[in-house]
Design a protein around this ligand. Structure first.
Ligand code: SF4
Length: 320
């Protein structure tokens, strides 16, 4: 439906927002605060969203960059993005109590690194330099993993035996760009092995598919998400590639420059995997106040995945 007088309408992507891994990580910190009381230390942002981090901070979570900032013997939660074994070792040296909220789909990639390391492969990890997930994954076998971020990296990497080389990836990349990078790698290494299963997770893929479906009809696509959220940034890129005239990443409606709306009839709305839906509802209210009150949902998948809480926490909650 659209406003018959002005033609203004909103297309709302589904699936959008919270994935199972983010939901689990946020509930982990909430339950830890309830069970043990503040402060609960969290290494890095538990998920890459400003609103989520601020709300947890108000409730007593203390976010640190590294475990050496955590007092000896205290409780620390590891974020959804995963950590390298060296971080577990540092935590053990400081006798910290740990709860590991690494998303099980990130853990799956860590296990693939371990397996290919054991089989003596060179591992080409496609991902963004400096991203926490990539640091954790590469840290499983730093002597075997080489990061491939840009096209230049494809030319730069060196392998010992071109018949024993595999590519793996960060979970939150653009599916299309990753396959471009794989094609480039296969030109250099024709015997390059594929991962045993998709590393780009279901949530990242589903949100990209939904954006692709609605973007060709949109004059503007607004993606709710923080600038350090990889999967949110990819949604902006996918929207533009799929035909949206413009697309921007925003944390809150106050980030919107009202000039973006000039001449716009159809606004597409979606959100990254670390974004609670309350932020999307605030955006819809903001748009309705400006004449975009008609909202049609564009559904490309129904997600039913959920993950159990980390074992350490389940045990203390009596749910093991
Ligand atoms: S985006 Fe994917 S890998 Fe990351 S936390 Fe969510 S489900 Fe897990």
């Amino acid at each position: 439906m659209q406003d018959e007088r002005t033609g203004k309408r909103v297309l709302l992507a589904k699936p959008r927002g919270y994935c199972a891994g983010v939901d689990r990580a946020v509930i982990t910190v909430e339950q830890a605060l309830e069970k043990y009381g503040p402060p609960v230390y969290v290494r890095k942002e538990i998920v890459h969203n400003k609103h989520v981090v601020e709300s947890l901070r108000e409730r007593g979570a203390v976010f640190v960059e590294e475990v050496d900032e955590v007092p000896e013997g205290a409780l620390v939660v590891f974020s959804a993005h995963g950590v390298a074994p060296a971080v577990h070792d540092q935590a053990a040296q400081r006798e910290l109590r740990t709860i590991d909220a690494t998303c099980p789909l990130v853990t799956k990639v860590h296990k693939e690194v371990n397996r290919f390391d054991r089989e003596d492969y060179d591992i080409l990890l496609i991902g963004h330099e400096g991203h926490e997930e990539v640091e954790g994954t590469a840290g499983e076998a730093p002597h075997r993993v080489q990061l491939v971020d840009t096209a230049d990296d494809v030319q730069r990497v060196e392998v010992r035996d071109p018949s024993k080389v595999v590519w793996l990836s960060q979970t939150t990349l653009s599916v299309d760009e990753t396959m471009d990078r794989v094609d480039q790698l296969k030109e250099r290494f024709p015997q390059l092995s594929d991962p045993p299963s998709d590393d780009i997770c279901y949530a990242t893929q589903n949100r990209q598919v939904a954006v692709k479906a609605m973007a060709p009809e949109c004059d503007l696509v607004l993606v709710v998400g923080s600038t350090n959220s990889s999967n949110s940034k990819r949604l902006v890129e996918v929207a533009l590639q799929a035909g949206a005239s413009a697309s921007y990443l925003i944390d809150y409606p106050s980030d919107i420059d009202e000039s973006w709306l000039e001449g716009v009839r159809t606004v597409g709305v979606t959100s990254g995997a670390s974004v609670p839906d309350v932020l999307v509802m605030e955006l819809l209210d903001w748009l309705a106040e400006r004449g975009w009150a008609e909202v049609d949902e564009v559904t490309t998948a129904n997600e039913k995945i959920s993950f159990a809480l980390p074992r350490e926490l389940r045990k203390d909650l009596g749910k093991a």
